[in-house]
Write a protein that binds this ligand. Structure first.
Ligand code: GLU
Length: 315
């Protein structure tokens, strides 16, 4: 006789079925040529909880480019290296602008609003890179991610990185502009080479959910940053993790989250779970369209929201 499925697994299966039935995928990020050919019909979701097996549904073993979700891990490394000095180079306010916008950077004289918009992420990578080589920096990043996920197979897709190096003109513009304000300490090519490789980390939904456990907190998760830093990183994910769609994500989902243009989203239920969702098509903010809708369904059904009134542990 088949074993009864736990309720949370059932919820994941139903959400996956619903996503698979939809053809309103959104648009795959084609400004990075290597990502333009990804099949938009793919969907996966995974939930990792301390002390429980990770629950998965859909294409949860298909690797995808985590892109800007990598900024969460690089921020953790930067805070480990610089502590509060990081804030002299990058702010902690939502930008209300697109992820690659130049606008505020010019108005605010090369001081990016936050570490998750591209300009702020480039500064964050530059800070970690200072005093070491791109190889060492990327090695530290991979070590961090592998330790977080408990998985030594996680790697960087060099083709995706090269594709962005060849076409990332806006990021080059941002880096040179930062350098003109002395807020980039390494040559732009060096920092961007590191940044593009960081964005080209490839993970499955299962691996990404596991890698997010360090932000859930508590005694049964990998202890890679302090509890105080966990709260701060989660706060930044909530306020800035979806660019100019951050307010909409907070309203609809109610959890800290970080999106990437590869279509992945990592969301944290503090003290309870790390959730990864992936669907390559993007909405007009550059965040996964079906991924956001799936997260909204999940938190509506589980009651998971940092805005209360009751945070349950889920089924
Ligand atoms: N590598 C991408 C870029 O810099 C990341 C953007 C994103 O995922 O939002 O354009």
């Amino acid at each position: 006789m088949a074993k009864a499925q736990p309720p949370l697994q059932l919820v994941l299966d139903e959400i996956t079925e619903c996503a698979r039935a939809s053809e309103a995928f959104g648009k795959v990020a084609d400004y990075i040529p290597e990502l333009a050919g990804v099949n938009p019909g793919q969907f996966a979701i995974a939930i990792a909880r301390p002390g429980h097996p990770t629950l998965v549904a859909g294409d949860s073993d298909v690797p995808f480019s985590i892109q800007s979700v990598s900024k969460v891990f690089m921020l953790a490394l930067a805070l480990g290296k610089l502590g509060d000095q990081l804030w002299s180079r990058v702010g902690r306010e939502p930008s209300g602008q697109s992820f690659d916008s130049m606008l505020l950077l010019e108005l605010e004289k090369g001081y990016p609003r936050n570490p998750f918009i591209n300009a702020g992420a480039i500064v964050t990578t530059d800070a970690v890179l200072q005093g070491s080589s791109p190889r060492e920096t990327l090695g530290s990043l991979l070590r961090f991610i592998r330790a977080a996920a408990g998985d030594e197979t996680i790697h960087i897709n060099d083709r995706v990185a090269q594709s962005e190096i060849a076409t990332g003109h806006r990021n080059f513009a941002l880096a040179h502009y930062l350098r003109s304000h002395d807020n980039l300490k390494n040559p732009p090519e060096l920092t961007l080479g590191t940044y593009f490789h960081q964005c080209a980390v490839e993970m499955t939904c299962t691996q990404l959910a596991n890698a997010g456990l360090f932000l859930v907190g508590g005694s049964r998760t990998p202890r890679l940053v302090s509890e105080a830093r966990i709260r701060r990183i989660n706060a930044l994910m909530m306020t800035c993790g979806h660019y100019d769609g951050s307010g909409d994500y907070a309203f609809r989902v109610g959890l800290p989250g970080k999106s990437g243009v590869g279509g992945g989203i990592l969301s944290i239920v503090p003290g309870v779970a790390s959730i990864a969702v992936w669907s390559p098509g993007l909405n007009h903010y550059g965040n996964s369209k079906l991924g956001t809708e799936a997260m909204e369904q999940l938190t509506t059904r589980t009651g998971w929201s940092v805005f209360g009134p009751h945070m349950t542990k889920g089924g």
